[in-house]
Write a protein that binds this ligand. Structure first.
Ligand code: COA
Length: 356
């Protein structure tokens, strides 16, 4: 291991937070005082967003009407987004689109507008890249249902809207992950919420964070049938590749969100679910044999791929759909960090030569 790698910044920062807690040893995720399994069952996105924001100290009221209004306001910005909607990568497009939001300097107002804008911009990008006109939001639809309608052009089934809702709730917050940390660092400089969210999108874009579900679906396509799973994984590892959707920095057991999403996708009768289970079983077994010292189990992205595919979203839109949910968590952390009011400045340890 190189000197530079051993001097990584792991665990340098430990922030107190009321928003969520990740217990990697036991595989437990608590969001705003509720286990993720229960939150995904009892709360829709609007409710969960309200709860994380309140936990972060925001006074903003999140309800279906308020979100419908900010989605409508965001849609009025769409004609002015220009090249941002022409970008070939969905996360690049989202980053550029979110940068068009005006910062009012009021975190509560900016949080609402960022949460409302994300699904509108992602859906508009998806339509534009197909040569289709963006679809305006529909008042009266839930955030999840409206996102699907704006993306796909038709009102979704109740089952699809419910499954997507469960997904958006499940990924809404997850401790001090890389994009959340990024958003908090930007906030800690006394910068504005929109800048923090744009930076968060940039961090989420990477395949080691939010970019894995598209490649998970590619993997399932390449494997094709359960009987081919084991050999495909062995070949992939022999070629020096990582198995997407497996492994996690914090969890030493299966990511609890994998089970929530596996459950949530069931009513949609996805033809890919059985294959995904077979691939997960084969991958977990092979990785356990290779690395008995390092638990490498399914992470949230594994069944994200199956669920987002089952609700009809294209794989190019998977990472930005993650952002549609996570933006609420980022906003909550911005509010919480604002109250801390102290610059985050990790130390570096110089290991280079000194002048003689
Ligand atoms: N497939 C195969 N091997 C893996 C692996 C995977 N998915 N994830 C980790 N490993 C191996 C690494 O090669 C490394 O082996 P080495 O010590 O021989 O070099 C060891 O396990 C530890 O990996 P490391 O990169 O130190 O773990 P990490 O905590 O930094 O990585 C992830 C966590 C998520 C980045 C990593 O597991 C990964 O790349 N997974 C695939 C991408 C993914 O699903 N991302 C979504 C995360 S929610």
């Amino acid at each position: 291991m190189s000197e530079a790698k051993s001097s990584g910044l792991d665990n340098v920062v430990a922030a107190d937070t009321l928003i969520s807690d990740v217990d990697g040893e036991r595989g437990r995720l608590v969001i705003a005082g509720e286990d993720v399994e229960r939150l995904a069952q009892v709360a829709d996105f609007e409710t969960a967003a309200g709860r994380v924001l309140a936990a972060g100290g925001s006074g903003v009221r999140v309800n279906p009407d308020a979100l419908a209004q900010v989605r409508a306001a965001a849609f009025r910005l769409v004609p002015g987004l220009g090249m941002a909607l022409q970008m070939s990568d969905g996360m690049e497009a989202l980053r550029a689109c979110m940068a068009h939001l005006h910062s009012t300097g009021n975190d509560d107002a900016d949080a609402l507008s960022a949460i409302g804008a994300a699904p509108v911009f992602v859906a508009a990008w998806n339509r534009t890249r197909q040569g289709l006109a963006p679809i305006a939001p529909t008042p009266g639809l839930s955030h999840a249902a409206d996102y699907l309608k704006m993306s796909l052009g038709t009102a979704p089934s109740d089952a699809a809207a419910r499954a997507l809702d469960a997904y958006l709730v499940t990924v809404i917050d997850h401790g001090m992950n890389a994009s959340t940390f990024t958003a908090r660092v930007v906030t800690s400089t006394a910068s504005d919420l929109i800048s923090a969210i744009v930076a968060g999108v940039g961090a989420l874009k990477g395949p080691l964070h939010g970019g894995a579900p598209g490649p998970v679906l590619d993997m399932l396509d390449k494997i094709g049938e359960p009987a081919r799973a084991e050999q495909w994984i062995l070949d992939e590892l022999a070629a020096g590749q990582r198995i997407m959707g497996m492994g996690h920095r914090i969890y030493r057991v299966r990511d609890p969100r994998a089970a929530v999403l596996e459950q949530a996708v069931k009513p949609l009768a996805s033809p890919r679910l059985e294959l995904a289970r077979a691939v997960e079983t084969a991958a977990a077994k092979i990785l356990r044999e290779r690395r008995p010292d390092r638990a490498l189990a399914a992470n949230v992205e594994f069944y994200t791929a199956v669920l987002l595919d089952a609700v009809g979203l294209p794989r190019e839109q998977f990472s930005s759909t993650f952002a549609v949910g996570r933006v609420a968590g980022w906003c909550a952390h911005v509010c919480e960090q604002r109250r801390v009011g102290r610059l985050i400045r990790p130390a570096s340890r110089y290991v280079g030569p000194m002048p003689t």
